[in-house]
Design a protein around this ligand. Structure first.
Ligand SMILES: NC(=O)c1ccc[n+]([C@@H]2O[C@H](COP(=O)([O-])OP(=O)(O)OC[C@H]3O[C@@H](n4cnc5c(N)ncnc54)[C@H](OP(=O)(O)O)[C@@H]3O)[C@@H](O)[C@H]2O)c1
Length: 332
């Protein structure tokens, strides 16, 4: 099967933001492959989603060594899907991967040592069938590895031509600045900071967003739908095939609590008033601040991706709408 990319893939379809002070532009909506692209998932649906994304200017695909399940299979499947595209498409894509969580047994398959990061990147490139990734991330801060060792491993990945840029993910505020400084001193400035951000997870508003923007580092938010809770799907129970119902899903049934569903139901009313889906409103809400340059959404079907894609077509929030949302979110 050969995929013919749509000739109109950039015509009034996606909006792009410059990532921090770099020259790299990221689509406001990026596609994440944490769930839904592993060997337990439908390969055909995965192909449809990647093709729709690419045909609509969603140029950024976010992966990690351990995405699947089983671990590694999201990279393997994405690498296989890339073979269906003309080779020139590679230059139109921003492909990221990460290392930092448990990937293989023994002392060298977890954490953030130089040994783990650089061997993992080699493995990722083989699974992805690529010579280089665009962004290589330290997936999480590791208190047992000197920060200098981790940051130098990232910088060396760039020097070896295996990554174009580097980023950090889920770093505590107090280690963030140090990481930025080390990377800058190495001549490979931190391109991007990736962390959780949604209406129901706002920790980055307590320092990360500000530190990133003050140092010219871009910010990309993950799980903007709070793993699907910020949609209308859990308003009347936990549907079969939803992430909370799946044995392989990271979302626990207990996270879909009556209190959360009550809040979500009020947010859903605001979205309906704006004639959009709650998922669309949740994405737009994350992107309301210029400090957030892109959000990485996950989708289990083409229909969901199409719904999310249209999020950017709705009017900006009024002050009154933002206050109503703030009020709902602050209710205990
Ligand atoms: N750096 C890190 O440590 C880290 C951690 C987590 C995630 N990430 C990145 O962020 C990406 C996104 O994370 P996520 O998958 O948790 O994101 P999310 O967008 O918050 O949740 C995705 C889930 O929401 C549901 N959904 C999506 N669109 C929908 C729609 N229009 N209507 C109804 N439901 C919808 C689907 O759930 P169902 O499956 O139930 O249909 C989908 O699987 C990951 O793939 C990964 O690239 C990074």
């Amino acid at each position: 099967m050969q995929i013919e990319p749509s000739p109109s893939r950039y015509k009034d379809k996606m909006q792009y933001n410059r990532c921090g002070e770099s020259g790299l532009q990221l689509p406001k909506l990026s596609l994440g492959l944490w769930h839904n692209f592993g060997d337990v998932d439908s390969y055909n649906e995965a192909v449809s989603m990647i093709q729709f994304a690419f045909d609509n200017g969603i140029t950024h695909f976010d992966l990690a060594n351990n995405y699947g399940p089983p671990e590694g299979t999201a990279e393997k499947n994405f690498g296989k899907i890339l073979q269906h595209f003309p080779p020139s498409s590679r230059d139109e894509m921003i492909i990221s991967t990460k290392a930092g969580h448990l990937m293989w047994p023994g002392p060298y398959g977890d954490g953030s040592s130089r040994k783990y990061l650089l061997s993992s990147l080699d493995q990722s490139l083989r699974r992805l069938r690529l010579d280089y990734v665009d962004i290589f991330y330290s997936h999480r801060y590791d208190p047992n590895t000197p920060l200098e060792e981790t940051m130098t491993a990232l910088s060396d990945a760039v020097r070896q031509g295996k990554a174009l840029y580097v980023g950090i993910s889920k770093y505590p505020v107090d280690k963030t600045l140090e990481a930025y400084q080390l990377l800058k001193a190495n001549g490979t400035p931190c391109l991007i900071h990736q962390d959780r951000y949604s209406m129901l997870s706002r920790d980055v508003e307590q320092g990360i967003l500000q530190t990133a923007s003050e140092h010219g580092v871009g910010f990309i938010g993950f799980s903007p739908l709070y793993q699907g809770i910020l949609s209308d799907k859990y308003l009347h129970g936990i549907p079969e095939n939803s992430r909370a119902a799946k044995a392989t899903g990271f979302l626990q049934r207990s996270q879909v609590s009556p209190e959360v569903v009550d809040k979500v139901s009020k947010l859903n009313a605001v979205a309906l008033n704006r004639s959009q889906s709650l998922a669309q409103m949740a994405l737009q809400w994350c992107l309301r601040t210029p400090q957030v340059q892109s959000v990485i959404v996950g989708t289990s079907s083409l229909t969901q991706l199409q719904d999310n894609f249209h999020a950017l077509n709705y009017p900006q929030f009024t002050n009154e709408e933002l206050q109503t949302i703030e009020h709902i979110l602050s209710e205990s």
